[in-house]
Design a protein around this ligand. Structure first.
Ligand SMILES: Cc1cc2nc3c(=O)[nH]c(=O)nc-3n(C[C@H](O)[C@H](O)[C@H](O)COP(=O)(O)OP(=O)(O)OC[C@H]3O[C@@H](n4cnc5c(N)ncnc54)[C@H](O)[C@@H]3O)c2cc1C
Ligand code: FES
Length: 528
């Protein structure tokens, strides 16, 4: 999908349409990258937005609408980060329960959080209407039901808490669309929504350009300071810089000790149209999980062709680079997900998609949106957890108000500088997990020598303290890099499913050839 007002890229920086080997259902319809020209000169602007996912594009659009001069740079293409791998539920049924938010914060804050997500859904609906964006947007109901490890008390407590938070939820005895869980009941959340993320982002990008904005794809921002950044080696001077890179690449430590990367898995199965109502379903999460952020299942339908919809089911999360801690490899997580889905949605047929992605889980359940700690004119949007569609939208709205000098009721609640004291146990658990990753420096590895690898396989080879990331390509050539993460020195793990080297500490990811895909690392792996 190339836009009419743009030239073809001549200096590809990142030619990956998406951040892994597998590609999501969304790329089935939009099978070409949403691309614009690359940056080829120095530039002076009012606002520089870094990142072409939902957070960056919403920020860019909102500020252009205020009449500001805005440019957006994206090192891949529009949606080639986690936005292109989402399942695009737009919901105020947050990953963490409202009764938990009341404990971590208080009742008024939980209510304010619910209000912010409901407003974000409304904002998306109005924007789609204003620009007539054809992105399969549907207003739907959502159903929260019990995970098999959970007890009825959770639903009852959550129902009461959602009422206090001002959401017009209802307790139902059955779960619409799921017979296998009959009699267990669920909480119905009305006025939730779903859309096709890439069609939405394309519509938002068009609106941004109509307002005078400029987008540069395959344009990587580096050396971010309060004066601006360099992009593809050119200087971009800016008064305000918004780092919307999913995980910040401008900060070495502060934010990365407040949020943790999780890998989550998705399958898409064909299902005859009309079998199920369009709706969102979530369970309450595995209460026996070893992870601080308990994995839960999330399900919706998406339009596929005249006869079929795709049933999209996700879950089976684990801390990035640590799948082996549960002895379930990345690639085996799909099998578990398929079993779970078939049991609850028996009308689902062939599996036509499978992919995984990364979510950043904040320690205190809310995204970090606002001024980067210690900076006056650098802003971040991160810690979205599984609610990045609404958090990303809120990011654009809140940062626009900050830059325009306007009050916003949600600014303090989402401030990246906030301190929350009631999460100490979870915090210590995650920090303990982080520190224990340095143990990989002395641990052995599965692969003893490069010859153990077949074409298409990778792994980490250990020789004393020397750790090497090795990939054997389809032509049987070996690619070798250091396996030491350039961020803070953890040892990378091979992800055989997405064919990447993933950092178990803060979630940096690298291609088979050692090119950085995800921060916080900002440089590639050293070739050996
Ligand atoms: C499998 C999965 C399912 C999910 N389901 C849902 C859901 O149903 N509902 C929901 O609300 N949320 C969901 N989420 C979360 C949500 O998708 C994300 O939180 C959201 O898309 C993040 O958007 P973003 O714009 O912040 O980041 P991204 O979309 O990752 O965008 C960041 C962009 O920055 C670019 N970039 C990085 N570094 C640089 C640089 N130096 N220079 C230039 N560009 C750079 C990247 O290429 C990338 O395109 C899901 C996530 C996953 C992985
Ligand atoms: S991402 Fe921080 S050490 Fe690798």
């Amino acid at each position: 999908m190339k836009t009419s007002d743009n030239t073809t890229s001549t200096q590809p920086v990142n030619d990956n349409i998406t951040s892994g080997e597998n590609s999501s259902v969304w790329f089935d319809l939009v099978n070409e990258p949403i691309s614009y020209e690359t940056l080829k000169n120095d530039i002076d602007t009012d606002i520089l937005v870094i990142g072409g996912g939902i957070s960056g594009l919403t920020s860019a659009y909102c500020l252009a609408k205020e009449g500001r001069k805005v440019i957006l740079v994206e090192d891949g293409f529009i949606g080639s980060g986690e936005s292109g791998r989402t399942t695009a539920h737009l919901t105020c049924a947050l990953d963490d329960r409202y009764f938990e938010l009341e404990k971590i914060y208080d009742e008024p804050t939980a209510k304010l959080a619910a209000n912010s997500h409901m407003k974000a859904i409304e904002w998306v609906a109005n924007t789609i209407k204003r620009y007539e964006i054809d992105c399969h947007f549907k207003s739907v109901d959502g159903y929260l039901f019990l995970h098999s490890s959970d007890t009825k008390e959770t639903l009852e407590k959550e129902y009461e808490a959602t009422k206090r938070a001002g959401i017009t939820t209802e307790m139902l005895n059955a779960i619409p669309g799921i017979e296998a869980e009959d009699g267990k009941g669920c909480i119905k959340f009305p006025n939730q929504a779903q859309f096709h993320i890439l069609l939405y982002l394309k519509g938002l990008a068009d609106a941004f350009i109509q307002l005078g904005g400029k987008i540069y794809t395959q344009t990587k921002a580096e050396n971010i300071t309060k004066e601006g950044a360099t992009a593809n080696g050119f200087t971009v001077k800016a008064k305000h810089i918004i780092v919307a890179t999913n995980t910040p690449v401008n900060d070495w430590v502060t934010i990365h000790t407040k949020q943790w990367p999780y890998r989550t898995y998705v399958i898409g199965a064909k299902i005859p149209k009309g079998t199920l109502p369009y709706a969102l379903w979530w369970d309450t999460g595995d209460q026996e999980s070893k992870w601080v952020s308990q994995p839960y299942h999330y399900v919706r339908l998406a339009e596929y062709n005249d006869k079929y919809d795709v049933l999209i089911a996700g879950g089976e999360d684990h801390r990035t680079g640590q799948a082996d801690e549960e002895e379930i490899k990345e690639e085996d997580r799909y099998t578990k997900l398929i079993e779970w889905t078939k049991k609850r949605f028996p009308a689902s047929e062939d599996i036509v998609f499978q992919w995984s992605g990364q979510v950043m889980a904040p320690i205190d359940s809310m995204a970090y949106i606002g001024k980067n700690p210690g900076d006056e004119n650098i802003y971040i949007i991160t810690g979205d957890s599984g609610n990045g569609m609404t958090h990303g939208t809120l990011g654009g709205i809140i940062i626009t108000d900050l830059i325009m000098g306007r009050d916003n009721p949600w600014t303090d609640m989402y401030s990246p500088s906030r301190i929350t004291l009631k999460t100490t146990i979870d915090y210590l658990k995650e920090v303990g997990n982080m520190v224990s990753q340095y143990g990989d420096w002395i641990a052995g590895t599965d692969i003893k020598k490069p010859e153990d690898l077949k074409p298409g396989e990778g792994g980490i080879i250990s020789s004393g303290f020397k750790k090497t990331a090795v990939y054997c390509d389809e032509e049987n050539n070996l690619h070798t890099c250091t396996a030491v993460c350039p961020h803070l020195g953890a040892i990378l793990q091979w992800n055989a499913d997405e064919k990447t080297f993933d950092c178990p500490m803060h979630g940096s990811r690298f291609t088979t050839e050692g090119k950085v895909i995800n921060g916080p690392a900002t440089s590639d792996l050293k070739k050996l």
